[in-house]
Design a protein around this ligand. Structure first.
Ligand code: 5AD
Ligand code: SF4
Length: 477
């Protein structure tokens, strides 16, 4: 995607593999336990899975021990993400020994990548369903209950699940994801996503706007439009700029953003993730024009060195990236910017690494998701290059960029002191029942006294304290 990244601290934990368990939704005869790992897209897909299975008579449970069916929606982006899922599956296999009718299935990227391996060689699951086969889940579960093993890992060029109303599993009732496209055609050399999620396809804009409207009507106040590379969203036009249906208009990502922003000035709009090579000024101008489009851009750079970027097949140079950052600052001076960084990619020299450090300083990122390179089977990098930066060097470089980012976030948060922000309340603070938390347009988490605020309210908050992760403030009328 840009493997869709997580936009706040709480969700950030989930990229590290913290699972979510779904709420109990309705009383069906059979109980489903769904656990999600990885990116926002997986969390959004789990809401589609819940919708499909609730229609087939399942209800969800938060307790795996209660379940008739356990489904794990998984991530393959790095090796350690997969290992964590295997450990969890082993644990569920023990539960199956006590309860042999339990169905254990794997969904998402690991299902697509490993196909029958988890079923036949590792014997960890009964069912394997790739990201484009969720409509088939009721049949697949039936097959397992009939005594067979079930697999569907067909990737589609069309499936967008546009007609399926997701069952909202997030708990706050204020913020929701809307998936606007699937797949990725970019082929960054380190990335497994094009293999696990297939070709890029955009979803019908009308169904997206309708979903946003319905969410707003239900009381939601923020939607995040999701795609692996949202800037290449296009409707009714091919990649070669050929019109598909001449009787209908085409829709670009900037136009889609505007349509969603027009649902209501009270509905905040975010999106994730952008690709620097496709991030155009028209999107930035649309963002600047609508106060309810949040002034936050997640623009993964991966490396600050043009040769490394070429090996990564990213399609842009250091200079191009710096120019895009300058465009954001020019068009939206108040915007915050975050990024993704990989340390220790194949053949990365110390000087090349230092270019990443200097780029981070030049961009003054508000937040960064930082990883050390993990070689993935089948990717271009695995076939073309050697994974030759020693683990300890990758780690040392990672520590270095993390320390720098921590320092920059602290400095940036210090600058918010005394500023007044509109904050959308999301819930009660984890640390104190007397405080609520929410985010400002720049995606900064703000904590302040609860007063009479409830989730979904907007509050004007003046910042009085800060750390590198959050800021605190007091409400002003
Ligand atoms: N190794 C390490 N990090 C990776 N990412 C994607 N693939 C890999 C990999 N093989 C990171 C990129 C991407 C983010 C979601 O995960 O930074 O933007
Ligand atoms: Fe993101 Fe590149 Fe992977 Fe596509 S191939 S998901 S753009 S990192």
């Amino acid at each position: 995607m840009e493997e869709t990244n997580l936009l706040n601290k709480e969700l950030d934990e989930s990229v590290q593999g913290t699972a979510t368990m779904v709420e109990s939704i309705q009383d069906g005869s059979k109980k489903l336990y769904l656990e999600s790992y990885g990116c926002q897209m997986n969390f959004s897909d789990s809401e589609i899975v819940a919708s499909i299975l609730c229609k087939s008579g399942y209800s969800t449970t938060r307790n795996a021990l209660d379940a008739d069916v356990i489904l794990m929606n998984t991530c393959s982006i790095r090796e350690n993400a997969e290992q964590r899922v295997r450990n969890k599956l082993r644990q569920y296999q023990k539960q199956k020994k006590q309860n042999p009718s339990l169905v254990i299935g794997i969904l998402g990227c690991m299902a697509e990548r490993l196909k029958k391996q988890l079923l036949e060689e590792e014997k960890l699951v009964d069912l394997v369903a790739g990201p484009d086969s969720y409509r088939d889940l009721p049949n697949l579960i039936d097959e397992v209950e009939g005594g067979q093993k079930a697999v569907n890992v067909l990737l589609s060029r069309e499936e967008t699940y546009a007609d399926i109303a997701p069952v909202r599993l997030g708990k706050n009732g204020v913020t929701a994801f809307i998936s606007i496209m699937r797949g990725c055609d970019n082929m960054c050399s380190f990335c497994v996503v094009p293999f696990t999620r297939g070709r890029e396809r955009s979803r019908d804009p009308e169904s997206i706007v309708q979903e946003a409207q319905e969410l707003f009507d239900q009381g939601y106040r923020e939607v995040t439009l999701l795609g692996q590379n949202v800037n290449s969203y296009r409707w009714n036009i091919t990649k070669k700029n050929e019109l598909i249906d001449p009787s209908k208009p085409t829709v670009s990502f900037a136009q889609l953003l505007e349509k969603v922003a027009l649902v209501s000035p009270l509905l905040r709009v975010r999106y994730s993730t952008s690709h620097p090579k496709d991030m155009t000024d028209d999107v930035l101008h649309t963002m600047a024009e609508y106060p309810n489009i949040c002034k936050y851009v997640h623009l993964p750079v991966q490396s600050g060195n043009s040769n490394v970027l070429a090996r990564m097949n990213r399609g842009y140079t250091r200079e191009w990236y710096l120019e895009r950052i300058a465009a954001i600052r020019r068009i939206m001076p108040e915007a915050s910017i975050s990024t993704d960084i990989i340390t220790g990619f194949c053949d990365e020299t110390e000087d090349e690494h230092q270019d990443t450090v200097s780029l981070m300083e030049a961009c003054n990122f508000d937040y960064a998701y930082m990883f050390s390179y993990s070689e993935r089977e089948k990717t271009l990098a695995e076939r073309k290059f050697e994974d030759n930066v020693p683990a300890e060097v990758k780690q040392r470089r990672l520590n270095e960029v993390q320390a720098l980012q921590h320092e920059m976030a602290f400095r940036n948060n210090a600058k918010t002191l005394g500023n007044l922000y509109e904050v959308l309340v999301e819930g009660i603070s984890k640390r104190s029942d007397d405080e609520v938390y929410g985010r400002n347009s720049q995606n900064l988490t703000v904590i302040f006294p609860k007063n009479n605020f409830k989730p979904g309210d907007y509050a004007m908050v003046r910042i009085t304290e800060y750390t590198s992760a959050t800021v605190k403030g007091v409400v002003e009328n």
